[in-house]
Write a protein that binds this ligand. Structure first.
Ligand code: ADP
Length: 642
């Protein structure tokens, strides 16, 4: 067969361009990619040799690295499955997955640099061109007898020709680029650098990664005795990777640093994990797991693209990367792995989904994680606060999710800002500080604690000295309504329904006032018509003239959130206008009413719109509102100047 020149397909060409010019900042990962390909190729050989009689059963699997500094070559050899002619063209000359190019171009436009994606998109091999001016692949398939050489400078295309190779497997020979300006390539020809990259990225590859090492050994005579002063140079093969997966070791054999490195390289994080939780269960169901909680939430945690899951190994063999059955939705941020000899290696997706063992493991892990969080909340508040800041909203979601199935387990992990306290508090702490006469746990929604403090609904609660939970997240009110009560104490919104806060004497006063002012209240209600469901004298106001509250069902906050959901339109919370009977304004209006002044209608409008304003709700007719204000102001000013 003569040498053949083949052009890259357009897509591959463009991908190569992108690869060479800057998508990835972290050029060094090319080695991880090539080693992982080599390891896959050995896996394939091994699997096939179990069933194919023609393949020799072997135990000399190896990935060998060689540096030739003088010629700027770095060679990665494996004795895996190899490739035949068609495979070489098909696998190396084209991009496996369609859409990859689109995706990467998009990333480039958005200036997202994400090294993790290299492997995911089956472009690992191409990463070699980030550091190489030329790449040669010499390969011999275990299922054929011919060897081929593929050569490319990464521009237009590649050549392919027949060659000779003694053993089955693949050699990848990189010609390392020369340094260009800021770009350093020389280091990839340094043995120490290559070693450290293997340690960093490929330590747990299960086959030995070896490197030749020149050493001087004493020369021996015929009888095997060392000859003094004489040495010979020997090439020794040294295994660089430790191969023992971290989970095979005991917790106390693994240093903190080792564990952190493992986490960072396995789960592509720049930060150390904030929690690492080991589990070792033996019995009816045997498994080991290491679960990590990241320090920072991954940037895509709340996007649809985010895939939750733990790595799953059965009998020490990797089964899948993201086993989502192991992770409840609300803990979607955890990373880690589960190894169980009890799981069948050939489990398919569907069987996985209904696997009872997986469910059991999931339940156990969940419990373990929550225990750890509880312990931290108790013993290391600062650490817990950091966790809460990143992931608290997930825990809240967990309370709400699944019809509140987990609320008991999660309620003591919740933290709240409150009006009175400088530090966040748990429900238990809130309860312990409740004065005797306080019957309910008060909460309110606001943009901030400051806004909450000055809201009219706070009037009476403030006066009584009761503390109020400040809710600021969208999920908060849904979560509270799911909780319903804590330790037999009901939650009560200061913005909703009747606030049963007054003592009997105070209640009688209001009752009397209501009877006395019945027709005025009805008049106001008539003016506001269907915009409010009721106009009432308030039990919660002391200093402010009016406020708007919702009925006991949907709150204003929930209304906002729900109406953002696709398909949900026009859900309306019930609006109740509350007027402060002790306020001067009310007395003034009452006077007007008694004298049959027709401006009472304007006052009703103004009061209502004022309440909307305070509540942060939309005023439907701002011009009308403003005009009415002007009218009233002029009248007042005239009176003043008379
Ligand atoms: P991926 O490994 O994600 O499939 P790559 O671009 O890294 O994508 O490799 C493409 C294909 O080339 C591999 O799927 C494999 O079939 C083949 N290949 C790469 N390296 C080797 C190797 N060392 N031995 C055998 N086949 C290889």
């Amino acid at each position: 067969m003569s040498k053949k020149t083949i052009e890259f397909k357009t897509e591959s060409k463009r991908l190569l361009e992108l690869m060479i010019h800057s998508i990835y900042t972290n050029k060094e990962i090319f080695l991880r990619e090539l080693i992982s390909n080599a390891s896959d190729a050995i896996d394939k050989y091994h699997l096939l040799s179990l069933t194919n009689e023609n393949l020799e059963k072997r135990n000399d699997y190896e990935i060998h690295l060689e540096v030739d500094k003088k010629h700027r070559k770095l060679k990665i050899s494996d004795n895996g499955i190899g490739m035949n002619y068609d495979e070489l063209i098909e696998n190396i000359g084209t991009i496996a997955k369609s859409g990859t190019l689109e995706f990467l171009k998009n990333m480039k436009e958005k200036e997202i640099k994400d090294d993790d994606l290299i492997g995911q998109f089956g472009v690992g091999f191409y990463s070699a061109f980030m550091v190489s001016s030329k790449v040669e692949v010499i390969t011999k398939s275990a299922l054929g007898d011919k060897a081929y050489k593929w050569t490319s400078k990464g521009e237009e295309g590649f050549t392919i020709e027949e060659t000779t190779k003694e053993k089955v497997g693949t050699d990848i020979i990189l010609t390392i680029r020369k340094n260009e300006g800021e770009e350093e390539y020389d280091e990839f020809l340094e043995e120490y650098k290559i070693r450290s990259l293997v340690k960093k990225y490929s330590d747990y590859v299960k086959y030995p990664i070896t490197m030749s090492h020149e050493s001087s050994v004493p020369l021996k005579d015929d009888e095997g005795k060392e000859i003094e002063g004489k040495y010979e140079t020997k090439i020794e093969n040294e295994t660089i990777n430790s191969m023992t997966p971290i989970w095979k070791k005991n917790r106390n054999e693994v240093t903190e640093e080792e564990l952190n490195e493992f986490y960072k390289t396995q789960y592509y994080d720049y930060n150390n994990p904030s929690f690492s939780i080991w589990t070792n269960v033996e019995g009816a169901l045997t498994y080991k797991s290491i679960v990590f909680i990241p320090e920072k939430a991954p940037h895509n945690l709340y996007s649809e693209k985010y895939e939750k899951g733990l790595q799953l190994y059965a009998k020490g063999v990797f089964v899948m990367d993201k086993c989502k059955e192991l992770v409840p939705d609300y803990l979607r941020f955890i990373k880690g792995l589960v190894v169980s000899p009890d799981l069948n290696l050939n489990i398919s997706r569907e069987i996985l989904q209904q696997n009872r063992q997986l469910t059991l493991i999931q339940k156990n892990l969940e419990k373990k994680i929550l225990n750890e969080l509880e312990k931290t909340l108790k013993n290391d508040r600062d650490k817990y606060l950091k966790f809460w800041k990143e992931f608290g909203v997930n825990i809240k979601y967990g309370v709400y999710d699944n019809f509140g199935m987990n609320k008991e387990a999660l309620q003591d992990l919740l933290l709240f800002e409150t009006v009175n306290e400088d530090q966040m508090v748990t429900l238990k702490e809130y309860k312990e500080k409740m004065p005797k006469e306080q019957k309910e746990i008060y909460y309110g929604s606001a943009h901030s604690k400051e806004a909450m403090k000055i809201s009219p609904q706070m009037d009476v609660v403030k006066k009584k000295g009761f503390d109020v939970l400040v809710l600021t997240d969208e999920v908060d009110e849904f979560m509270i309504s799911m909780l319903n009560e804590y330790d037999k104490i009901k939650f009560k919104s200061i913005n909703q329904g009747d606030l049963d806060i007054l003592d009997d004497e105070e209640k009688t006063v209001i009752k009397d006032l209501e009877t006395k002012n019945k027709s005025l209240l009805e008049k106001l209600k008539e003016v506001l018509n269907d915009r409010v469901s009721d106009v009432k004298l308030s039990t919660r106001l002391t200093d402010s003239p009016v406020c708007l509250v919702s009925g006991d069902g949907l709150s204003f906050e929930m209304e906002k959130v729900m109406n953002q959901l696709p398909g949900e339109k026009n859900l309306k919370a019930e609006k109740i206008l509350e007027i402060n009977p002790k306020h001067e304004l009310f007395q003034a209006i009452d006077n007007l009413y008694q004298t049959n002044d027709e401006s009472i209608a304007d006052y009703a409008e103004i009061l209502y719109n004022q309440a909307l304003l305070i509540e942060g709700l939309e005023i439907k007719d701002p011009v009308g509102f403003s005009n009415k204000m002007v009218k009233v102001l002029i009248k007042a000013a005239k009176k003043e100047s008379n």
